[in-house]
Design a protein around this ligand. Sequence first.
Ligand code: ITT
Length: 252
Amino acid sequence: MWGSLQAPDKAPGTYGFTSGTGQAPQNPQNSTEKKMQTMKKKYQIIFATGNRGKIREIKAILAGSSTPGAEIEVLSMKEAGVEADPDENGADFEDNALIKAQAVYDLLRSRPAPEDTVRIVMSDDSGLVIDALGGAPGVHSARYMGYDTDYRLRMEHILDLLQDVPEEKRTARFVAAVGAILPDGSPRVLRDTMEGRIGHSIAGENGFGYDPFFYLPQYGMTSAEISPEEKNRISHRGKALRRMLRELGLLT
Ligand code: ITT
């Protein structure tokens, strides 16, 4: 069953799905809609993350993506009954994304997915890259100044570091590497970014982490001030996740 996910000759979003077009149904009750319901292939995506801000965004992004032919259930690792906390010692976002996904994949080995369900373990390794700080905090974003340090303190500290940095040099980006371990154990990973600047103050209640000082010039607001829907539409996470689903044939 899994081979089909990797088959390059299959059109995206059509795995295990027969639309029934081209042939009149034998039984009028057998509507195309009914067939779609009964023939939808089940996928379970388990996200190797313990970050509540991330999983909230991931679920909203996936709920807002139409996936014909597939019924997709998204669970955090905790909801799937496992918890992994591997050493994120990779050289870059991609390495760390695969380290996390692999750890959860390994823990789930002893608990096979239901017969009719294709299970994919995914992960998101992300961070804020500030050009004027030589790319910091980068892959260390979560642990910058200590895991438990309030984000307001971290942002105030960074604003202090950047106080003499002119507007045009305050460029920054959020980066997200989305990893996937397919049922046969093969890895996939890709990254996307959201470009912006470090603002001069902290504003907004939406999002999480460093959003309140990440200024988006095209909106004149921070990524904590735009709506969650808008953030998911343009964000590093939204773009990387949708691209991964497209590459797996799960999104048209
Ligand atoms: P998991 O490893 O359990 O997924 P984590 O928070 O440790 O959670 P990362 O190592 O990928 O995850 O670090 C990502 C950090 O980057 C995150 O904790 C935030 O500080 C920051 N970050 C990433 N995406 C962000 C976003 O959309 N908005 C604000 N901050 C973000």
